[in-house]
Design a protein around this ligand. Sequence first.
Ligand SMILES: *Cc1c(COP(=O)(O)O)cnc(C)c1O
Length: 382
Amino acid sequence: MVGDGRSAKIAFIDLAAQYQRAGERIDGAIRRVLEHGQFILGPEVAALERRLAEYCGARHCISCANGTDALRLVLMAEGIGPGDAVFVPAFTFVATAGAVRHVGATPVFVDVHRETFNLDTKSLEAGIVAATRGGLKPRCVIAVDLFGQPADYDAIRAVAASSNLAIVADAAQSFGAIRHGRRVGTLAQYTTTSFYPAKPLGCYGDGGAIFTDDDDAAGLLRSLCLHGKGRGQYEFARVGLNSRLDTLQAAVLLEKLDLFPSEIEARQAAAQRYTVALETVAKVPELAEGVMSVWAQYTLVVDCRDELAAACSRAGVPTAIHYAVPLHKQPGYCHYPASLTGLAQSEWLAERVISLPMHPYLETSAQDFVIRAVLDALSGKG
Ligand SMILES: *Cc1c(COP(=O)(O)O)cnc(C)c1O
């Protein structure tokens, strides 16, 4: 991929390299679906749900059409709607707050920790006060495992319990990660994930899933993603969505799941090398104690972000900004309430974060090329 270091062509995320490894098996899996023809709710869908639940240790896995629907279905299952407050970090992908609006509830923005990029429970407490003063009923917190690192669910549980909040882990970026010996999928009352192609476990289109240990909630979620299906074939017990994972995507994911453990290891190794090489020149990502990240993104915090991005680009190293604008500054979301103590860390991070190329097939020579470009840029040589 990187020969003499001058003709570098580095991908930010390289799905083609993965296909080169597993292409034949994936082709075979797709062909089997084309031959049996059960494109909706085919046998691969149930098989995948079993494998995913087994992999993370959750009692139930309910697959659905995408990670945004997964969040929306959980909020529907909890009966959350108009007049209800759902606490979401201001520094996340827009879908986290979008799902709250889809059910008619009000997102209340909460700040994050600078070090981990994840939800700050002090800010959550102040958010609960803000919501109550604003006449909203605090109902739920959606913590996001940003960039692959699980949030601090012990701290979140303590605050949520005092206000009786449901806890949702938005694990779109963290499926496969571990906190204190437990896999993502078992850390919160509900866990949602996404199989969007660029996520750590991605399919070849849209896909998502929900994990829970609660039998009743699982039954309700299964109904909600199938138009509110009741007992009989044509009985509809409630209003639901049409939100299913395609059989073709399930077949692809079953093959990719076999690669996933070694891919996670490769991501750890790349992240470790970045950190060792860059920790003296930039603020590198910090992991909380006892946490293993799946490194959906490897994100630096620097003061001269635009200069670094430009220098990397000149050197042939792609970078990305997740996220340049916190949600409370987005035109579609700026009128929703925020925690009483403000969102200073989200704003600070939005101006300084920059993500480096990260995928399991990033060879050490390519990692070194990225490292060299960042070091040169930050020492003024780029
Ligand atoms: C990708 C993502 C989602 C949405 O997933 P889709 O499958 O694209 O709908 C939600 N939350 C976070 C944090 C994400 O990164």
